[in-house]
Structures are given as structure tokens and as C-alpha cells.
Write a protein that binds this ligand. Structure first.
Ligand SMILES: Nc1ncnc2c1ncn2[C@@H]1O[C@H](COP(=O)(O)OP(=O)(O)OP(=O)(O)O)[C@@H](O)[C@H]1O
Ligand SMILES: [Mg+2]
Length: 143
């Protein structure tokens, strides 16, 4: 993780996807990546780049009717969006267990309030924060 850790300026969706891809190359099964940022910051864009780099084929879109999507790839990949699920800790923990596991690399959008819940399930490998900087500019922080 040490290489990719830091603060990056992104000027396009493609650049943010590339950052996602660079982080993805350093991940291993069981890793969970948390992605924070406002509405439209580019969280899903970042995850799309990461999923592509991990060998996910086909469309990579936000989960809509479920909290997450699962993708088949050399290593299974999950993409969760907890934006709409407030107070997950009080919910059925099995909801998360379907998407996290030692055989899976998982990306989770909007975890701020849910950090501890997720940390109890899996090793958090990286925390990504994306901030609007006007127009297409974004600040992407990987820690
Ligand atoms: N530098 C950039 N990085 C990422 N996305 C960008 C950038 N510049 C413009 N965009 C555009 O901003 C939008 C980001 O949408 P995206 O769905 O990735 O955000 P999100 O943070 O996942 O939003 P949500 O909170 O709805 O889940 C896309 O339309 C993308 O093309
Ligand atoms: Mg999103």
C-alpha cells in the first residue's frame, strides 16, 4: 500500500479510475477498501477503475436495489454502497457477510458512520477520501 498512499489531484473521471486501478494492484483477498466522499464525488468511478484492474468484465455500476454487487473475477470482488443504509450496526449483520470474506476484495462507499461495523468483519486495507475541488477537479486521498 505504501506506494499508492498519499494525496492526488484528479482532473477527470479517467484519472480517478486510474488511481483506483493502482490501488487495486496492491490488494489481496480479504481486503476491504472504504471510500468516503460527497454525492457525486467520484466514489463509484474510483471503484470502477479498481474493479476493472482486478479483471471484472462488463458494466460496473452502483448497487441500486441491493446494498452491494458481487463480481466474478480471478479474485471475487464486491462493491457495496451503504449510503442508503443508516445504522447498519442495528441491522442484520448477515447483510454484510454476504459481501465480505477472506476470499473477496471489497469496496465500500460511504462507510463513515459504519466504519466500526465493517472493521469487525474484515481487515480494512485502505481508506479513500474524495473531495470536490471545482469542475472536474478532485482531491483523492489514499491512506
Ligand atoms: N476527476 C473526477 N473524478 C471522478 N469523477 C469525475 C471527475 N470529474 C468528473 N467526474 C464525474 O463525476 C461523477 C462522479 O460520479 P460517481 O457516481 O463516481 O460519484 P459517487 O461519489 O459514487 O456518487 P454517489 O454519492 O451518488 O454514489 C461522474 O459523472 C464522473 O464522470
Ligand atoms: Mg457511488
Amino acid at each position: 500500500m505504501s506506494f499508492v498512499q498519499g494525496r492526488y489531484q484528479s482532473s477527470s473521471a479517467a484519472q480517478t479510475e486510474k488511481l483506483g486501478g493502482e490501488l487495486a494492484e496492491r490488494l489481496a483477498p480479504g481486503d476491504v477498501v472504504l471510500i468516503e466522499g460527497e454525492l457525486g464525488a467520484g466514489k463509484t468511478t474510483f471503484v470502477r477503475g479498481a474493479c476493472r484492474a482486478l479483471g471484472v468484465a462488463g458494466a460496473i455500476t452502483s448497487p441500486t436495489f441491493t446494498i452491494g454487487n458481487r463480481y466474478r473475477a480471478p479474485v471475487a470482488v464486491s462493491h457495496l454502497d451503504l449510503f442508503r443504509v443508516a445504522g447498519l450496526a442495528a441491522e442484520e449483520p448477515d447483510l454484510l457477510a454476504d459481501y465480505l470474506g477472506s476470499d473477496t476484495i471489497a469496496f465500500v462507499e460511504w462507510p463513515k458512520a459504519e466504519r466500526e461495523t465493517i472493521a469487525a468483519f474484515a481487515r480494512v486495507a485502505a481508506l479513500v477520501r474524495i473531495e470536490h475541488r471545482g469542475g472536474d477537479e478532485r482531491l483523492v486521498e489514499i491512506a
